[in-house]
Design a protein around this ligand. Structure first.
Ligand SMILES: Cc1ncc(COP(=O)(O)O)c(C=O)c1O
Length: 425
């Protein structure tokens, strides 16, 4: 069975609940895909950095500005009511999407980075003290490393790092060994933005909870490729970012179990998050508003809700199957070139391929691809410690989304051949 057969098998699996993706129809819904780059059709393989937006999201954002825009939670006037309703409806939509128990468990932030900083600052300063340990992994994005380092510098917590193996698989037995009497938090990615590795969250949560340790998940990539059920996974916190999920930039989400959020103090202070203010004392609103100081990303939340409705209508399983087929096609083609080194071979990985071509510099390869209209990411991918583990300075990364098709993979392969011809690799 070739990898393509495996992919086809995945697509036809009877357990699949939604219809296979009609990729031509999907592509027609993304206006930017009609654009050309240097006179060539755009081949967008950088969705792990930020995804393109379907018309329904663009229209939801325009409509909000054109028909019902105002600040929220403030004015007594009609527009303010409409904007507040739409904003709070967006919270309900996101809550249903991740299967939270209540919309009160959904905090809107600027992005995943801010959501993780919120947990580090609020949960960290409240529940952790000097010598307490936080368990991370070797494949974290900087967004799930640096906030914990800031906390370390502030209060003296200790960071423990779980290694990965050479295929990019998390070493679960090492994670089990690292959880000890001083462990107070496991902070882990759902899916590596470099390797595509999907972490076994259910097992990890069971392991951590067995020691009374809560788990915060960086879901920035994981939610895009497979969705999430926070209650099924029983995670304590789950952070993600709207712009990778086909929504606008400037909006992120922190899901937090109500029991935690209620015990956590505000992260930032200002308007919107208070009950009463006097110069002597201030009281705060209940979560989630306690964590949303100042004017929130109103229209961005409305756009994110449109994106969530869009992917939900297509079906996360159909999206996953489609991306897996592209991953199989691309992996087989790149591996077949002989001198392409792929980083990340974890079973069940998401549709992200990091690679190097022979001895060619990744920036040179990316530059040739760019001139061919192919957008890829190159560099350290905000995962410098992981680059150290892989023993490289950087890689080229192609990431696949619901709007990519087989011709995009063919263009990538042709582009790499061209880079080899031009650069002598
Ligand atoms: C795994 C992972 N975590 C966190 C982030 C940070 O996302 P944002 O910059 O939207 O906060 C990214 C974005 O590249 C990511 O890939």
């Amino acid at each position: 069975m070739t990898m393509l057969d495996v992919a086809a098998d995945v697509i036809q699996t009877p357990a699949q609940t939604s219809a296979p993706l009609d990729v031509a129809k999907v592509r027609a819904e993304f206006p930017i895909l009609k654009e050309t780059v240097y006179g060539r059709p755009l081949v967008y393989l950088d969705s792990a950095a930020s995804a393109q937006k379907p018309r329904t999201v663009i229209e939801a954002v325009s409509r909000a500005y054109e028909t019902s825009y105002s600040n929220v939670h403030r004015g007594a006037h009609r527009l303010s009511q409409l904007a507040t309703d739409a904003f709070e409806d967006a919270r309900e939509t996101v809550a249903r999407f991740v299967n939270a128990e209540s919309a009160d468990e959904i905090v809107f932030t600027r992005n995943a980075t801010e959501a993780l900083n919120l947990v580090a600052a609020s949960y960290g300063r409240t529940f952790l003290t000097r010598g307490d340990e936080i368990v991370l992994t070797e494949m974290e994005h900087h967004a799930n490393i640096v906030p914990w380092q800031l906390l370390r510098d502030e209060i003296g917590v200790v960071l423990r790092v779980v290694p990965i193996d050479d295929d990019g698989v998390l070493r679960l037995e090492a994670l089990a060994d690292l959880i000890g009497p001083r462990t107070r938090l496991v902070a882990i990615t759902h899916c590596s933005n470099v390797l595509g590795t999907v972490t076994p969250l259910k097992e990890i949560v069971a392991l951590a909870h067995g020691h009374g340790v809560p788990v915060v998940v960086d879901g920035s990539q994981g939610i895009v490729h497979a969705g999430v059920d926070v209650r099924d996974l029983d995670v304590d916190f789950y952070a993600f970012t709207g712009h990778k999920l086909y929504g606008p930039s400037g909006i992120g989400v922190l899901y937090g179990k109500r029991a935690w959020l209620e015990r956590m103090p505000p992260y930032q202070g200002g308007g919107e998050m208070i009950d009463h203010v006097s110069f002597a004392e201030t009281t705060f609103k209940a979560p989630p508003h306690r964590f949303e100081a100042g004017t929130p990303p109103i229209v961005q939340a409305i756009g994110l809700a449109a994106a969530v409705r869009y992917v939900s209508a297509l079906g996360m399983e159909a999206i996953r199957a489609h991306e897996q087929a592209l991953l199989a096609q691309a992996t087989e083609a790149l591996a077949g070139m002989g001198d392409v080194r792929i980083f990340g071979r974890a079973p069940g990985k998401a549709a992200i391929i990091s690679f190097l071509v022979g001895s060619l510099h990744p920036y040179d390869v990316a530059a040739v691809l760019d001139r061919a209209g192919i957008a890829v990411r190159v560099g350290q991918h905000c995962a410098e410690p992981l680059m150290g583990r892989l023993g490289v300075d950087g890689t080229v990364r192609a990431s696949f989304a619901l709007y990519n098709d087989g011709t995009d993979v063919e263009a990538l392969v042709e582009g790499i051949h061209k880079a080899k011809r031009m650069l002598g690799g």
